[in-house]
Design a protein around this ligand. Structure first.
Ligand code: IPE
Ligand code: IPE
Ligand code: MG
Length: 249
């Protein structure tokens, strides 16, 4: 068995001058974590909040400027009502409880997705959390809620079509298109993490991950710790990003 590496040891191996600027995470495996313990699925979601705190704290400690967490997809409405209701209740609880912590660490909250289709009380709590953290200048924490990349692309195309109708003509290139995505004020992710071992994107940031480095761990989301995030960054820093060119050879 490999000896456990300490958090301090992992931290020391990170080159702070070459941090990923934006880390995006597909937080997966809450249900399996609960099933393994013979607990209801919601217990896994509740334990997942601990892991959210770990990821947020690790990014804030290191000085990673952007963290985006996939919390609820447009496809997740297919789940039983009871699970959805409990997920929404957990989200409201998180938003209320966490504002103080976010402010303490100078973290600004953002949200991407079709927020207008979320239950009204969730929207109200989101507005409060966004407003109460909007002056923070540290980590930008974005929650993807009722998010689907295809929906985002369609929304962008609709906005562009509206503009074209109004103005008669317009320039359409990659930069203008990006400006019409929900992520217009966030750089593309450098590092995409998925937990629980699934090798798929599940409709997450399809445009933005064109050249992201992908890191998948078997660890289930509720077990994810700061050490896992540090390990992901260490591995990321070993990768050679070529963007279609020849790289350094
Ligand atoms: C991820 O965990 C959280 C959400 C999608 C809300 P899952 O609920 O998908 O957990 P598994 O994949 O069933 O284990
Ligand atoms: C992706 O996980 C969505 C979130 C993490 C919010 P899912 O569990 O919904 O994805 P699939 O169904 O395994 O692709
Ligand atoms: Mg899942």
């Amino acid at each position: 068995m490999k000896p456990e590496v300490s958090e301090a040891n992992l931290l020391a191996r990170i080159d702070l001058d070459r941090l990923p600027q934006h880390i995006a995470v597909i937080m997966d495996g809450n249900g399996r974590w609960a099933r393994r313990r013979h607990l209801p699925r919601i217990a896994g979601h509740r334990a997942g909040i601990r892991a959210v705190r770990q990821a947020v704290e690790a990014c804030a400690r290191l000085g990673v400027p952007y963290l985006t967490l996939y919390a609820f997809s447009v496809e997740n409405w297919k789940r039983p009502h009871t699970e959805i209701n409990l997920l929404m209740a957990l989200l409201r609880e998180y938003l209320k409880k966490e504002i103080g912590e976010l402010n303490k660490h100078n973290i600004r909250l953002g949200v991407i997705g079709r927020v207008g289709e979320l239950p009204k009380p969730v929207q109200a709590d989101l507005q409060v959390a966004l407003q109460r953290t909007c002056r923070n200048t540290g980590l930008r924490l974005t929650l993807a809620l009722n998010y689907g990349a295809r929906a985002e692309l369609i929304d962008a195309v609709r906005a562009l079509a509206e503009q074209l109708k109004r103005n008669g003509s317009m320039r359409i290139d990659e930069a203008t298109f990006s400006q019409h995505l929900y992520t217009r004020d966030v750089p593309d992710p450098d590092l995409l993490i998925r937990t629980s071992g699934e090798l798929r994107l599940s409709n997450f940031l399809l445009w933005q991950v064109a050249y992201s480095e992908i890191w998948v761990t078997e660890t289930l989301w509720p077990d994810f710790t700061q050490k896992d995030l540090f390990q992901a960054i260490i591995d990321f820093q070993k990768r050679e990003r070529r963007y279609g060119g020849l790289g350094l050879g």
